[in-house]
Design a protein around this ligand. Structure first.
Ligand SMILES: Nc1nc2c(ncn2[C@@H]2O[C@H](COP(=O)(O)OP(=O)(O)OP(=O)(O)O)[C@@H](O)[C@H]2O)c(=O)[nH]1
Ligand SMILES: [Mg+2]
Length: 220
């Protein structure tokens, strides 16, 4: 099972609360993954590496992804089974210093609505910068997930920047801390969009999650 690269289609950009509510109303059983993280941690780069080049726009200016971008993509199940379509969300980054109070407020409103309405069959992939993990804004973000039963994985990106063993050891420690602090963090991945470290594992995790949700729904 694998993500079919280049099968991704942009569906729509959401920048209004009503649009978010409408999408979930129309698709209560949607299955997929949502990428969210601090601005500039490499969400769009990771999405492009996993789903095919040019799925998401990569910004030179942090905070460029302002809308919730909704895509669909296919997973190949092997054998002679038909590939299945799933949803992919590229969410706007949080915690960027150069945005106005009003923009932060808009983000919080949008995300509140998003995570409240998001069906449990969509997993959250929270991207963090491996060199600066678990920042205050990451902790603030995790408050949105508190009490929800969404499946959440954390991916520490940019591990290619690690030169020393002690950096890696510090991140291992952080991983244990996150598991202890947040019971809803189900997986932690170490990845790099730059040199593809850890991407096969993350891809397998995404495929397994989506196909498992699919079999729950078709068998119930
Ligand atoms: N070294 C290294 N750089 C990376 C990696 N992933 C992304 N980058 C760089 O980090 C910068 C930000 O990447 P984006 O993918 O645009 O980040 P984003 O999280 O989508 O940013 P916003 O949409 O603005 O929130 C770009 O200059 C990328 O080239 C990585 O794994 N390693
Ligand atoms: Mg982006």
């Amino acid at each position: 099972m694998e993500i079919i690269r280049g099968s991704t289609h942009f569906q729509l950009g959401l920048d209004k609360l009503e649009q978010v509510e409408h999408l979930f109303e129309m698709n209560p059983e949607m299955i997929g993954v949502a990428f969210v993280g601090r601005s500039n941690v490499g969400k769009s780069s990771l999405i492009n590496s996993l789903f095919g080049r040019k799925t998401a726009r990569i910004s030179k200016t942090p905070g460029r992804t302002r809308e919730i971008n909704v895509f669909t993509f296919l997973i190949d199940r092997g054998d002679s089974a038909e590939p299945l379509p799933f949803f992919l969300f590229d969410l706007p980054g949080y915690g960027h210093a150069q945005v106005s109070k009003q923009m932060i407020k808009n983000w919080q409103l949008m995300m509140g609505t998003f995570f409240e309405g998001l069906p449990n069959s969509v997993a959250i992939i929270n991207i963090q910068d491996a060199r600066h993990p678990d920042q205050k804004v990451d902790q603030q973000f995790h408050k949105f997930l508190e009490g929800s039963s969404l499946f959440t994985a954390v991916a520490f990106n940019k591990v290619d920047k690690f030169k020393k063993q002690k950096d890696k050891a510090a991140l291992e420690k952080k991983k244990k801390e996150l598991f202890a602090r947040y019971t809803w963090v189900k997986q932690v991945h170490f990845v790099s969009a730059e040199n593809s470290i850890g991407l096969p594992q993350l891809e397998q995790a995404i495929s397994a999650y989506c196909l498992e949700q699919y079999s729950f729904q078709t068998n119930s």
